[in-house]
Write a protein that binds this ligand. Structure first.
Ligand SMILES: Nc1ncnc2c1ncn2[C@@H]1O[C@H](COP(=O)(O)OP(=O)(O)OP(=O)(O)O)[C@@H](O)[C@H]1O
Length: 438
């Protein structure tokens, strides 16, 4: 594949992700923020959704793309229908394997063998997949839907949106055939003509339907709890987002399901500092105490990030810096170095607040608390920032540096919003930091 072809494809994928407003973050989906790039680095630095999705795609290496091959000969290794794996190698449940074989499938197609490991991964991952018509996409996501149902819970867990009545019915039929040896999995169509008892909650595990009906059932009549949906499939995503009405409904449904990251395993602190120099002293104390793991320091502007990085480097601390003025390639290089532990501390802006996982991060420091354009607490960004630590059930620490009444008010607003205490920490007392930093 020539470079320009790859670039064009990457851009296409980014555009798609951008329109969808979906980012990958280990099984959770989020809407992205808006970009407000500035040239001088003096205003809030934010993430560009297309760039973020590109980074995630490259880092995750999970995105499927079989568009290049046109030949559909099963034996041709370049064909999207060709496969080297068996269905057994995909670790599917025996009942589902039986269903697949009963449908006459012998080996997985390329999209199936590439997509299924990600679709079945634990912890769950988000995925956007694209391949030619008739290459087995439906079968792939239906298998993932069926695999993820917990039959012990009698409420909808899987939601599949289709652009039309007919397509929803077709998908449901594939699910019914594939799941024929799993009689305990229950499915329901949410399409025109389907009526439900408004006094009863829906108990089926899988709902397949069109966006309008799904919104009626989930939001208007509250017949099921959107927050309990763990698998969300947007079939024909390009069509959905290009169709007026559907576009807004899909985004609405997606937002209703969005689950906030839990703060339960993150201890939050604040440190009162006199001014910027005081904040710098706090940073030095914290730096000296990170014996395990790594830290990310968030600044509001690129200028502060650059200033802090330069000051720390002068003081012989090894730090990495990542802000919106770097190209995607440069950001990847910085992230790669940080991931491999070459630097203990990464100084960044909101450009990194969402979607990018670095497992070994144990401390997140807000050099500046996140605020919106009016200077009010930006709780969502706070959550995303501190969510960079304490991932996958590990414990993490968030330290907020406060230098005046305004930032104290922002800190209090965040505390009230999440109803979780942010404890005071005395920076002069090295013991305190030592205790939490190790
Ligand atoms: N691994 C397989 N082996 C044999 N047949 C398969 C396999 N996977 C899917 N099929 C069959 O191939 C046909 C196309 O599959 P499917 O509908 O999943 O493709 P698709 O990519 O979703 O198509 P479209 O883009 O048109 O929606 C179906 O008849 C399906 O039963």
């Amino acid at each position: 594949m020539t470079d320009w072809v790859k670039k064009a494809e990457d851009q296409e994928v980014s555009k798609l992700v951008d329109k969808l407003e979906i980012e990958s973050d280990n099984g959770k989906t989020y809407t992205t923020g808006l970009s407000s790039k500035t040239a001088d680095g003096n205003e809030g630095d934010t993430a560009d959704p297309a760039e973020t999705s590109l980074l995630i795609k490259i880092l995750g290496k999970g995105l499927v793309n079989t568009k290049l091959s046109l030949d559909i000969q099963q034996k041709n290794p370049n064909s999207p229908l060709h496969s080297v794996k068996t269905f057994e190698a995909l670790h599917l449940k025996p009942e589902l394997l039986k269903g697949i074989y009963a449908m006459g499938f012998n080996t997985p197609s390329k999209i199936q063998e590439t997509a299924l490991p990600t679709l079945l991964a634990d912890p769950p991952q988000n995925m956007i997949a694209q391949s030619q018509s008739g290459t087995g996409k439906t079968a792939a996501f239906v298998l993932a839907m069926l695999s993820r149902v917990n039959v012990n819970l009698n409420h909808p867990q899987v939601l599949c949106l289709s652009p039309t009545y007919e397509l929803a019915i077709q998908t449901g039929e594939v699910a019914a055939r594939m799941g024929q040896f799993c009689p305990e999995i229950k499915l329901r169509f949410a399409v025109r003509g389907e009526e439900v008892d408004r006094n009863k909650r829906i108990s089926e595990h899988i709902l397949i339907g069109t966006p309008g009906k799904m919104l009626d059932w989930g939001l208007k009549f509250r017949l099921f709890d959107m927050k309990k949906i763990t698998v969300f499939v947007l079939d024909e995503a390009d069509v959905m987002i290009a169709t007026q009405g559907h576009h807004d409904q899909c985004i609405r449904i997606h937002k209703l399901m969005r689950e906030e990251e839990s703060l339960d395993n993150i201890k939050q602190y604040y440190v009162k500092c006199q001014n910027e120099d005081g904040k710098y002293n706090a940073i030095q104390n914290i730096y000296g105490c990170i014996s395990i793991g790594q830290a990310i320091i968030f600044c509001h502007t690129r200028r502060t990030a650059a200033w802090l990085a330069a000051k720390m480097t002068t003081d012989c601390h090894s730090v990495a810096v990542l802000s919106g003025d770097l190209t995607v390639e440069q950001r990847l290089a910085v992230l790669d170095r940080f991931r491999s532990g070459l630097e203990k501390v990464l100084i960044t802006t909101n450009v990194l607040s969402r979607g990018i996982d670095i497992e070994q991060v144990t401390i997140v420091v807000n050099f500046d608390l996140p605020v919106d354009v009016r200077g009010n607490a930006d709780c969502e960004t706070y959550l995303h920032r501190i969510g960079r630590t304490g991932r996958f059930g590990k414990s993490g620490i968030a330290i907020n540096l406060i230098d005046g009444e305004k930032s104290m008010a922002v800190c209090k607003a965040i505390e009230n919003h999440f109803k979780k205490e942010i404890q005071i920490l005395n920076t002069d007392c090295a013991d305190d930091i030592e205790k939490i930093g190790t």
